[in-house]
Design a protein around this ligand. Structure first.
Ligand code: CTP
Ligand code: CA
Length: 226
């Protein structure tokens, strides 16, 4: 049966999602990147839209066509992503699905780095990036009602995810094992465990769109129960 938008579970809600990798410039022609495809974040954006929400997707550089009906802001670096997130809050739900680079190159030259003929490679000095999820989690006025992070781990999944939940003041952490043998990074499926303060839920392996719909359905239920 046809539903009016008012009867959809996230009607009238604003959902903000970060997605994709960030690119951290080394010089004008080079950058540091990671293997995030942005598929999970984009699937979340679609699922939130289908649930009736107004959706803002803050996306790092990805190879995906921007989804219809969703406000997409493209960014490159973690610093730009943080600025974009802050400028689009408040939101009822924020989902930080981006694989934000942990470091940026501390001193970027204006010129391309050249080989100097000595055979000695240049040293790249890295500095830590701002933590977008933790910044929002600790923000008094801009913290959304439901703040969801992801934790990509290759070992000690639950222990690490629980630590992130606490440190970043997230409500939920969607934990996933990204060991190379799982093929999750850049792939179409995901096996996640939902970590919150009351415990851990194991979800079966699903396509990323199904993971997204499950997260959005749970989020809508959470908001309506408060
Ligand atoms: N995150 C973020 N900003 C960062 C780093 C991470 O918003 N600078 C968010 C991610 O989008 C994700 C969550 O924090 O929702 C966990 O990211 P993850 O990389 O697993 O955690 P880190 O704290 O960076 O720890 P580490 O990479 O050392 O495991
Ligand atoms: Ca990280």
């Amino acid at each position: 049966a046809a539903q009016t938008s008012r009867s959809l579970p996230l009607a009238g809600k604003h959902v903000l999602i970060t997605s994709g990798p960030t690119h951290e410039p080394i010089d004008p022609v080079r950058y540091i990147a990671n293997r995030s495809s942005g598929k999970q974040g984009q699937a979340l954006a679609r699922a939130a839209y289908e649930a009736g929400a107004r959706v803002t997707l803050i996306s790092g550089p990805v190879d995906l066509a921007p989804p219809d009906n969703i406000h997409v802001q493209r960014v490159e670096s973690a610093a730009e992503m943080l600025e974009a997130v802050l400028s689009h809050l408040p939101a009822d739900i924020a989902i930080m699905a981006a694989a934000v680079a942990d470091w940026h190159v501390a001193e970027q030259g204006a010129e391309k780095i050249k080989k100097d003929g000595s055979g000695q490679p240049p040293a790249l000095h890295l500095a830590e990036n701002p933590d977008i999820l933790a910044t929002i989690g600790h923000h008094d006025s801009l913290r959304p009602e439901l703040l969801i992070g992801f934790a990509a781990e290759t070992q000690n999944l639950i222990e690490n995810a629980t630590g992130k939940l606490r440190r970043k003041k997230a409500d939920w952490i969607v934990a996933n094992d990204v060991s190379p043998e799982t093929g999750i990074m850049g792939g179409d499926r995901n096996t996640v465990r939902l970590v919150h303060t009351d415990g851990v839920e194991d979800w079966p392996a699903m396509d990323k769109p199904d993971v997204a719909r499950q997260i959005i359905a749970r989020a809508a239920k959470h908001l309506s129960s408060r």
